[in-house]
Design a protein around this ligand. Structure first.
Ligand SMILES: Nc1ncnc2c1ncn2[C@@H]1O[C@H](COP(=O)(O)OP(=O)(O)O)[C@@H](O)[C@H]1O
Ligand SMILES: [Mg+2]
Length: 278
């Protein structure tokens, strides 16, 4: 039996789609700064594309507010899993639930490409993330607040084309944050950034996660990034979760510490041994 609890607002939505309001709610409850996360439970999740059985039975419980990183070799199904969690694709079997009803704005995804609308200024790009609340009277104020959270308040009237790659990703993060999501999924969001920009973005991600308390699911190919940011690292192999590694290191974390380096080494050896078997 499939569960139809998954709803999402894809980052790719264009204004015309974002304005499409199937169940308009007149009353908008202003969410407080720390809205908290939702738990995520996945049972017996399967997904194939034709004869290609990508996910062969994923069972996973993520407590509310946990920061989980997902690693695994290219093509193992990381993006597929995120898309299913975000409701961007249909599951074949199993269930995904968030511990109760969720609103479309509660679950958001950020991708590697910022996917900004080139014809809209920065502030309007952030407002897109409000979905059905874009028309509300406090839309500007909420978008401005999200822009400040990502350190780009002074860029509000710029066009996306004049921003650096890192700044564009921060606008994308502001757009993901503006609806105060309960679950925020990241699909290799920093993969295209240079090393220094990447580290400053990692710090920003950790800060907004700590401030807002959403449940974070980060797909990354960078194991050092995974252990630096996450409470827990999942290794996907053969369509299942092959390893579930807890990262107990205290925050703020010391990059390059012996503790993180040793965890990183053991996760890398899992990945490499998986490679040997294929
Ligand atoms: N829409 C799709 N149609 C057909 N095959 C797909 C589709 N999306 C993903 N796949 C296949 O599923 C597998 C897993 O892909 P993906 O989840 O993107 O891997 P990852 O993100 O771990 O690199 C790959 O073999 C890929 O080719
Ligand atoms: Mg992928």
């Amino acid at each position: 039996m499939q569960t139809a609890l998954r709803t999402s607002l894809p980052e790719t939505e264009l204004p015309s789609r974002a304005n499409f309001v199937p169940h308009a709610r007149v009353v908008h409850e202003e969410r407080t700064a720390h809205t908290g996360g939702r738990p995520l439970s996945i049972r017996g999740l399967r997904k194939s594309f034709g004869a290609n059985e990508v996910l062969r039975g994923i069972d996973l419980h993520i407590p509310a507010g946990q920061f989980v990183a997902i690693v695994g070799k290219s093509g193992c199904g990381k993006s597929t899993l995120l898309r299913l969690i975000a409701g961007l694709d249909e599951i074949d079997a199993g269930s995904i639930s968030f511990g109760g009803d969720v609103q479309p704005e509660d679950i958001r995804v950020m991708f590697q490409e910022p996917r900004l609308l080139p014809w809209a200024r920065v502030l309007a790009n952030v407002e897109v993330g409000l979905g059905r609340d874009r028309a509300s009277s406090d839309a500007h104020a909420r978008a401005e607040k999200a822009l400040s959270e990502v350190g780009l308040a002074d860029k509000r009237d710029q066009w996306p084309s004049v921003l650096s790659g890192g700044q564009k990703q921060r606008v994308a993060l502001g757009r993901a944050l503006v609806s105060r999501p309960r679950v925020l999924a990241f699909d290799e969001p920093l993969g295209a950034l240079d090393a220094l920009t990447r580290i400053s973005m990692q710090r920003l991600l950790e800060r907004v996660w700590r401030d807002q308390g959403f449940t974070a699911i980060l797909v990354t190919h960078d194991v050092s990034e995974a252990v630096a940011l996450a409470d827990r690292v999942l290794v996907i192999e053969g369509g299942r979760i092959a390893h579930d590694v807890t990262v107990n290191a205290a925050r703020p974390r010391q990059r390059g510490s012996a503790e993180l380096a040793s965890l990183e080494g053991s996760i890398l050896s899992h990945l490499l041994s998986a490679d040997d078997r294929t």
